[in-house]
Ligand binder design. Structure first.
Ligand SMILES: C[S@@+](CC[C@H](N)C(=O)[O-])C[C@H]1O[C@@H](n2cnc3c(N)ncnc32)[C@H](O)[C@@H]1O
Length: 426
C-alpha cells in the first residue's frame, strides 16, 4: 500500500472506506502537521464531517476519554488516539447508532492498529454510555462547552465581549456553502433547483440551502464563485480610488475576484510569494473578464516604484483565529507565543505596503485573525492616518471597533471572522 505521509498509513485517496480515510487524514493532521482542509478535496461528505467534526470537538472528546484510559491519551500512538476520537465523535454527534460507530472504529483499528483493536473496542463501548456535555449548560466553562483552548477563550472574553458565545458556537458547525453570483446566474441556479438564500448583509452573496451539486457545477463553469461572505465584505471596504490598486498577498484570490468583478476599470496588480498558490490565483483570475495582472513576488519587496499606488490591499498571512470553523486544527496548534512571530512578518509587509502609497493613497489591512497583536498593534507605528471604518459597514454587520478606527468582524453563522483597518497616507 503506498504511503505519502511518512506515517506508514496509506494515502487517503487510496481508501474508498470513509472511516478509514477519515482516520488516515486525521493521523496526518495530528502527527505530520498537515492542514485538514487541504486533504479534503474531493472526499465524500461523510469523510469531511468525520474529520472536521472530530477536530472541532477534540477537547470535549478527550475530556470524555481521559478517565477511561490507563495511560494519558497523548502517550498513545497517533493512530490509536485518532480512532478513539473518531469513534467517540461518530457515536455521540452523528446519526450513526452508537454500536455501529463502535464496530466501525474497531473494524478500522483491525487494519490500521491491530494490536490496539481490543482497547478501541473496550474504551468506545464505555464512552458511548457517558453523557455529552451540554453546550447550553451555563454551569460549565465556555471552553469546555464549545471545545476551544482555554487561553484563547480567555483572551476572546476581552476582545469579543458579547459576541463571544456566538463565535464559539459557530466554530462548532460545518461552514455552509456561500456563493457570490450575479442576479442573472442566481436565477438560473434557482430554476435548476438550487435553493438559495440571500445573505443578510453582504449583497450578492447567497447561501446554498439545497442543490449543492448544481451549485458546484455552476462554480466549475465560472457562473458563480465560492466565497466566504465576510471575505467579500472585506474586499468591498477598500474605497474606490484613483491610481493602481495592488494586492500584496493575494492568493488564492478571493478578494481579487471581488475587486475584478466590482472594479473592472481600476488597474490592478495581484502578487503572492508562493508559487503553488500563484497557480490558484491565476485560476481565479481566469474566471473574470477583467482580471488583475498576476505575478509571483515577495510582498516585502514588491516590484513597483515607491509612492506609485493609489491603494494597497494587504490581506496578510496570519494565525487564522477567525477561521476555526473551516480550519478547526488551528486552535489546537496555535500557542500564544506564535502571535508575535506572525506579527513580525506582518509588520514587514505593512511597511512595504505603506511605502507603495502615493499621497492620499489608502491601505486596507485585513487579517482573518481576531488578535490585536496581528492587527492594530502591527499598524500602530506606520506613518499613515487611520480612517474610521465602522461607518462604511453595511447595516446589520456585527462589528467591534478597534482603538485604531478599524473593526473586528467576529465569526458567526454569517461568515468567518476578520479584523480590518483602513489607513491613509496624508
Ligand atoms: C490570507 S492569505 C491571502 C488571501 C487572499 N487575499 C484571498 O482573498 O484569497 C495570505 C497570503 O499571503 C501569502 N504570503 C505570505 N507571505 C508573503 C510574502 N512575503 N509576500 C507575498 N505573499 C505572501 C501567502 O502565500 C497567502 O497566499
Amino acid at each position: 500500500m503506498p504511503s505519502s505521509s511518512g506515517s506508514g498509513l496509506p494515502a487517503a485517496s487510496a481508501c474508498p472506506d470513509p472511516r478509514r480515510t477519515a482516520a488516515t487524514i486525521l493521523v496526518r493532521v495530528e502527527a505530520a502537521g498537515a492542514h485538514a482542509a487541504r486533504l479534503l478535496g474531493g472526499v465524500p461528505p461523510l469523510v469531511r464531517e468525520l474529520v472536521l467534526g472530530t477536530l472541532r470537538w477534540q477537547l470535549t472528546i478527550d475530556t470524555l476519554l481521559a478517565p477511561l484510559l490507563r495511560q494519558p491519551l497523548a502517550e498513545l500512538e497517533p493512530v490509536v488516539r485518532v480512532l478513539l476520537r473518531l469513534g467517540t465523535f461518530e457515536a455521540h454527534r452523528l446519526s450513526t447508532p452508537p454500536p455501529v460507530a463502535v464496530s466501525e472504529a474497531v473494524r478500522v483499528a483491525r487494519t490500521l492498529a491491530p494490536a490496539a483493536s481490543g482497547l478501541v473496542n473496550a474504551v468506545l463501548r464505555r464512552v458511548c454510555t457517558l453523557p455529552w456535555p451540554d453546550p447550553a449548560d451555563a454551569a460549565l466553562p465556555l471552553y469546555l462547552r464549545f471545545s476551544h483552548p482555554r487561553w484563547l477563550v480567555e483572551r476572546w472574553q476581552q476582545r469579543l465581549g458579547g459576541h463571544l458565545e456566538a463565535a464559539l458556537a459557530a466554530a462548532q458547525e460545518p461552514a455552509p456553502l456561500f456563493l457570490l453570483a450575479a442576479a442573472s446566474h442566481a436565477e438560473e441556479l434557482d430554476a435548476a433547483g438550487c435553493e438559495l438564500e440571500p445573505h443578510p448583509f453582504v449583497a450578492g452573496v447567497l447561501r446554498v440551502r439545497s442543490g449543492v451539486a448544481t451549485a458546484v457545477a455552476a462554480l466549475a463553469a465560472g457562473r458563480a464563485y465560492a466565497m466566504d461572505p465576510t471575505a467579500v465584505l472585506v474586499a468591498r471596504l477598500l474605497p474606490p480610488c484613483a491610481g493602481v490598486t495592488v494586492e500584496l498577498a493575494a492568493a488564492p484570490g478571493g478578494k481579487s475576484l471581488v475587486l475584478a468583478l466590482e472594479r473592472p476599470d481600476t488597474p490592478r496588480w495581484a502578487f503572492d510569494r508562493h508559487l503553488g498558490r500563484i497557480g490558484l490565483l491565476r485560476r481565479a483570475a481566469a474566471l473574470v473578464p477583467s482580471p488583475p495582472r498576476v505575478a509571483a513576488a515577495d510582498g516585502n519587496r514588491p516590484p513597483l516604484r515607491p509612492s506609485s499606488c493609489g491603494a494597497v490591499l494587504l490581506d496578510a498571512p496570519c494565525s487564522g483565529t477567525g477561521t476555526l470553523r473551516r480550519h478547526p486544527e488551528i486552535r489546537w496548534r496555535l500557542r500564544p507565543e506564535d502571535l508575535q512571530r506572525h506579527a513580525e512578518e506582518q509588520q514587514h509587509l505593512a511597511r512595504a505596503a505603506a511605502e507603495l502609497l502615493q499621497p492620499g493613497g489608502l491601505l486596507l489591512y485585513a487579517t482573518c485573525s481576531l488578535e490585536a497583536e496581528e492587527n492594530e498593534e502591527v499598524l500602530a507605528g506606520l506613518p499613515l492616518a487611520p480612517v474610521e471604518l465602522a461607518t462604511h459597514l453595511p447595516v446589520g454587520v456585527p462589528a467591534i471597533p478597534t482603538p485604531l478606527g478599524g473593526v473586528i468582524l467576529p465569526p458567526g453563522n454569517h461568515g468567518d471572522g476578520f479584523t480590518v483597518h483602513l489607513l491613509q497616507r496624508t
